[in-house]
Design a protein. Structure first.
Length: 352
């Protein structure tokens, strides 16, 4: 399979004419994107990159990855759980929960919410969702409330990556008041709070507008009840996300000063054009966004592994990088980006 690692490029309005990346008087950051929420913001179903980005802003899990994590065991740090231990056979995990934590509506978080979240996600078992796709039900036997602030996970099998599983957005804790046990929470026009089931994250969703089924605008406001507010989070009071139909519209928006950050994504030609603008400054950094070729294994001739390998070997990544992306990306030989935990050049043997 041909895989190309994308270098995310962020374009930011320069500090000219009193206009800054973060408007100091408003504490507002405006982001433009061509991405969108694929289906919903419910961890029981959401399985897309952008949806998980918003879920991460609105919710929290028992544990999380520290900033700058490289994949080491110590990169997983406490979040809603303050400590944990595992039995000798690796099948029983006990978590001590953070006390005094509140959902955005003031409801106190406790062990019953942890059990409810995992019982619900496994029970819904949306065929297109992460609880089925990742295999939560194949790993977790049951979740038991020991006391108000202690919860145990009994696993069907020893699973060394269990903490990593709990750190992902699919494991974020939901509020039963907004998360029916047997139903996925869908977008509700005119009611942003009813459009997601979280409430323990650094932000609250105060606006979500869709037009003809397509995302138009989101507004996130700092959550005054956020458990880690004493750590200085969130850094920005308000984030506005504006959605654009294509990269051309996104490029025009940042050129006109309508947005502060362009995210996923600008065309390579647009980036080069913006670099010539004297009123803009461009910062580039390696990101986790990848592009790759997908082959349908159920249809001939791609039902033959040798054919798929031949296609992967035939693609010249260097040519793709230089001609399609104008040298703004790096070659990738894995489905996991460089620098992310689990990366290895698995496809290097199939071609350059």
């Amino acid at each position: 399979m041909a895989v190309v690692g994308i270098v995310i490029v962020i374009i930011v309005i320069a500090a000219v004419a009193g206009y800054y990346l973060l408007r100091p008087t408003e504490k507002i950051l405006i982001m433009g994107t061509t991405d969108s929420v694929e289906s919903c913001l419910d961890p029981a179903r959401a399985y897309d990159y952008f949806g998980w980005e918003i879920i991460q802003a609105l919710g929290s899990g028992l544990v999380e990855y520290r900033a700058g994590a490289t994949g080491a065991a110590e990169d997983i740090v406490p979040a809603l759980a303050t400590s944990w231990n595992v039995s000798a056979d690796g099948k029983v995990w006990t978590f001590n929960l953070r006390q005094g934590v509140k959902f955005d509506d003031g409801t106190e978080f406790n062990a019953t919410h942890v059990k409810y979240t995992f019982d619900r996600g496994i029970g819904i078992a949306d065929p297109d969702g992460p609880f089925v796709g990742i295999g939560y039900g194949d790993i977790i036997e049951n979740v038991t409330v020991v006391s108000k602030y202690v919860v145990k996970f009994y696993l069907k099998i020893p699973f060394s990556a269990f903490l990593s599983l709990l750190a992902c957005q699919a494991s974020y804790i939901v509020d039963p008041k907004y998360a029916p046990m047997d139903e996925v929470v869908e977008y509700t026009a005119g009611n942003a709070r009813a459009s997601h089931p979280m409430g323990l994250g650094p932000y609250r969703l105060t606006k979500w507008i869709r037009v003809a089924g397509k995302d138009s605008e989101m507004r996130l406001e700092a959550n005054p009840n956020y458990w880690n507010a004493t750590g200085g989070y969130p850094k920005t009071k308000t984030i506005v996300i504006k959605f654009y139909a294509d990269s051309a519209g996104l490029a025009l928006a940042i050129d006109a000063g309508e947005i502060d950050i362009a995210f996923r994504q600008l065309a390579a030609t647009d980036i080069n054009n913006l670099k010539t603008k004297t009123h803009l400054k461009v910062w580039e950094g390696t990101g986790a966004f990848i592009q790759y070729l997908v082959l349908q294994e159920k249809r001939a001739p791609f039902n033959d592994t040798r054919i798929r390998q031949a296609v992967a070997a035939a693609i010249n990544r260097t040519t793709v990088v230089d001609t399609v992306f104008l040298g703004q990306v790096q070659k990738l030989y894995s489905m996991i980006p460089v620098g992310m935990f689990g990366h290895r050049d698995a496809f290097l043997a199939l071609g350059s």
